[in-house]
Design a protein around this ligand. Structure first.
Ligand SMILES: CC(C)(COP(=O)(O)OP(=O)(O)OC[C@H]1O[C@@H](n2cnc3c(N)ncnc32)[C@H](O)[C@@H]1OP(=O)(O)O)[C@@H](O)C(=O)NCCC(=O)NCCS
Length: 282
């Protein structure tokens, strides 16, 4: 579907599309649906110069996406449930294949939120302003993760005191409930952030951090999504043997989708998307 006058475009049709709406306002908006995408009870609003890309086999349910001069990309097999994405000012959300997400993603002023594969539970609030928040293959429970304080603070000479700083979170990091990860945090692979922790510091790999302010309370720890006998063969782990840690997490860290893909009548879905496209042109 293409509107030449406004250069708005929708490529692909969801294989299941129910109780959802699409609004394309302004010019140069583009939506790309990969093969076999499910869109259920979603609101998708693009307000100009915006691009939304869903890879193949994505399942989006109870989700609101609002993009202004921004881009959001979700890799193949992403499962999104109760997600809110708001993005303005040349910002980007880029989540890799196999992500399983809920929660709020807020990007402003060239803010970037990026992940190799993201796994969130219980709805975190992740917001990037003038900089980036980058995850490896890992995730978070219902924590707050900001690279910015969102308001400037000055000393009496007028010097800015709280510039934005990128947040970098490694692979297989476990961020417990109600943490506050803020500007400057660099969390090494395999670390655990205990629930309620407050940190903006550099944390070496395989550390356990707890408290406010967060302090390293244990080093050389690993964790698993669930206990299983196959993990035993990896022990003992030598502290500097990164290869052995990778092999351990290959078995210990698993991200499973919970919702099955559905299929509907393709031409009916096409008609619904087409009607949305036509009505939002006005
Ligand atoms: C990370 C976690 C699993 C660690 O469990 P644990 O090893 O049994 O933790 P402990 O309570 O023994 O704490 C470990 C150390 O940190 C210290 N610590 C824990 N919380 C602290 C806090 N808020 N402030 C200061 N120190 C703290 C403990 O005193 C202890 O120190 P010690 O070894 O000197 O006694 C646990 O702290 C946690 O956060 N659980 C909840 C995780 C969660 O949110 N799960 C939901 C799914 S993501």
């Amino acid at each position: 579907m293409y509107c030449k006058k406004k250069n708005n475009k929708i490529e692909g049709v969801p294989s299941f599309y129910k109780k959802s709406s699409i609004h394309l306002t302004g010019k140069n908006n583009k939506i790309i649906f990969g093969k076999n995408c499910n869109i259920i009870n979603c609101r998708i609003k693009l307000y100009g110069n915006s691009t939304l890309v869903l890879g193949e086999n994505c399942h989006f349910e109870n989700t609101l996406i609002m993009l202004t001069d921004s881009e959001a990309r979700f890799g193949d097999n992403t499962e999104a449930s109760r997600v809110t994405v708001t993005s303005t000012g040349n910002s980007l959300l880029d989540l890799g294949a196999g992500s399983v997400i809920c929660g709020e993603f807020d990007m402003r002023n060239k803010g970037i939120i990026k992940a190799k594969r993201l796994w969130t539970t219980w709805g975190p609030h992740i917001a990037a302003n003038h900089g980036k928040i980058e995850f490896g293959d890992g995730g978070t429970a219902d924590s707050i993760i900001y690279n910015s304080d969102f308001h400037p603070m000055y000393d009496l000479e007028g010097n800015l005191q709280n510039e934005e700083q990128d947040v970098i979170i490694g692979n297989q990091v476990w961020i417990g409930r109600k943490c506050f990860i803020f500007k400057g945090a660099k969390i090494g692979d395999g670390s655990i952030i205990s629930s309620g922790t407050y940190t903006g510091k550099e944390i070496p790999p395989h550390s356990l951090v707890a408290g406010n302010p967060g302090r390293i309370v244990r080093r050389d720890i690993v964790w698993a999504v669930k206990d299983k006998p196959e993990l035993k063969k990896h022990f003992p782990l030598a502290p500097d043997d990164e290869e052995a840690f990778r092999a351990f997490y290959h078995e210990a860290y698993e991200v499973n989708r919970t919702i099955k893909q559905r299929k509907g009548c393709l031409w009916l879905n096409w008609l619904r998307v087409y009607m949305a496209f036509i009505s939002s042109k006005k």
